[in-house]
Design a protein around this ligand. Structure first.
Ligand code: FE2
Ligand code: FE2
Length: 262
């Protein structure tokens, strides 16, 4: 079995175990997308480059963790926006609501991880500024928009989230050991605990979106989901490349020639 296929199977094993469900339609969609579209974020060169940066480039890991806080906060805000546009599908609404609350909490946890692993890195004023800039999901509006999202729009968002969460989980496996290694001895256990919780939550996010897609596949949307998953995975490759290009030019030293071949 190819390594990419093993990575898909690993995601499936965790999601199925968590939800005690085989998810046959979702399995078919995700397997066919990842076998047709070579995911950049799972390539050996991408993983190798990422690992090289977080372990070797001074300041890189700190920047990644702070950028994650920001990304989680933006993610939470986007999900809140989506939640406001979903009407009358309680399973979906509840899932999205839990999700935006999780991501907002994660944003704060990433700042906390920075403190624990690199106690000298953030000055108090910078940390307060960063913290104050994060989306405050627990206090966000509970009003719904007048505008109602179409089922196609919701499906498209679920697919993009599902792919994004799979990449986040993969990144966590690289960032995690580095944060634990850097943390002062007295904080290592707390850092490990937080990281374990983050990975657990990301599996939940992959899983609830997978379950919703499974249901929609059964209700006549299978072709749309299967085709769109591939298209969005291709788009995601382009985002990943755009986000990584500058770093590869700066730190790659020509050692990752095929990282961006698509
Ligand atoms: Fe998250
Ligand atoms: Fe997530």
């Amino acid at each position: 079995m190819k390594i990419e296929d093993q990575r898909v199977e690993d995601v499936l094993v965790h999601v199925r175990a968590r939800y005690n469900s085989d998810l046959p339609h979702f399995t078919d969609c995700i397997r066919s997308a990842f076998s047709e579209v070579d995911a950049v974020f799972w390539r050996d060169q991408y993983l190798g480059f990422y690992w090289k940066c977080v372990t070797n480039v001074p300041g890189y890991i700190q920047d990644v963790v702070i950028a994650n806080a920001d990304a989680e906060s933006h993610g939470s805000e986007g999900l809140h926006d989506l939640w406001q546009k979903v009407h009358g599908i309680s399973e979906v609404e509840d899932g999205i609501r839990n999700h935006y609350l999780d991501e907002s909490r994660h944003a704060r946890l990433f700042l906390h991880l920075t403190d624990l692993s690199f106690p000298e890195y953030l000055r108090e004023a910078d940390e307060t500024r960063l913290r104050n800039g994060l989306f405050d999901a627990p206090n966000a509006s509970r009003e719904k928009d007048d505008l109602e999202a179409s089922i196609e729009y919701i499906i498209d968002n679920m697919i993009q989230m599902n792919i994004g969460e799979i990449r986040t989980r993969s990144h966590m496996f690289m960032i995690g050991p580095v944060l634990t290694a850097y943390a002062p001895r007295e904080y290592k256990e707390r850092v490990d605990g937080i990281l374990g919780g983050l990975v657990y939550d990301e599996v939940t996010h992959i899983g609830y979106t997978a379950n919703i897609m499974e249901e929609w596949c059964r209700n006549g949307h299978k072709k749309l989901i299967k085709d769109l998953y591939k298209r969005r995975l291709r788009d995601f490759n382009k985002f990943t490349i755009d986000q990584t290009r500058a770093s590869v030019e700066l730190y790659g030293q020509g050692a990752f020639p095929d990282i961006f071949e698509i």
